[in-house]
Design a protein around this ligand. Sequence first.
Ligand code: HEM
Length: 259
Amino acid sequence: MAQVVTSHRGPVTGTATHKRKKRPFLLDLYSTAVGKKYVMGITGVAMMGFVLFHMIGNLKMYAGAAGLDHYAHFLQTLLYPLAPKGWVLWILRGGLISMLFLHLHAAWSLTRLNRHARPMKYQSKRDYQIANFASRTMRWTGIIVLAFLVWHLLDLTFGVVNSETGKMITHPGDEESVKAVYASIVYSFQRTPVAFFYVVANILLGIHLFHGAWSIFQSFGLNNPRFNSWTRAFATGFASIVVIGNVSFPIAVMAGIVG
Ligand code: HEM
């Protein structure tokens, strides 16, 4: 009797077995590695802008308590009375949270995509000369900076680990009281382990920023070797400015320059 041969083979990869649903263009782009790299780049640039301006704003600390507290108050009442107090700040916060979420999601799904493309680890020793120290450490510097951010918010925004955060102060010449931000920073950095944690976390942030700033040019296809020295100078300059500024704050408090 003739035997019926049945094939259990699935369709060849890429065979159209059903009509694909059309997705919006941006979602379609995001499903590709290039799209995810764009998202990492754009959200990275936005957050680079934030850390730079955050550091510049915090330099007001050197102008004394009133200078910094008034600056924080200015941010909290941005566009007032055009917009109710605090609204613009919350919109900016919303943008920042979305950027952080997208950056993390793109990083996570790019890692998954890479693992999928190469499920086995390389068997031979890799030549890591091309991938420098900063690029190999992106994941863990990112995770530590994220942990720092959680502590930082509990410390200086929500005051869960800082009894001075949220207190109000009326500076000489003022009619209304403002949030005593300066006092809460000084209180925070007078705790030596906390100050050290800020220093270490900000150095790691610098390493992350250095490679991030450098990678943006690659993500957007602007890595022409002719401009390599420029891109390196930009990444080095940007990361150094942010780190030097940020690290100076805990050091200034520990040294008694600010207090
Ligand atoms: C030593 C360096 C830093 C100092 C002295 C500092 C200081 C502060 C202060 C005082 C606040 C609260 C402001 C307020 O309530 O009005 C704050 C909020 C915040 N900081 Fe920092 N910061 C530093 C570094 C950083 C870094 C490196 C990042 C990001 C990686 C960061 C991200 C944030 C965020 C996201 C907020 C919340 C902003 C908001 O809710 O309005 N900070 N920081």
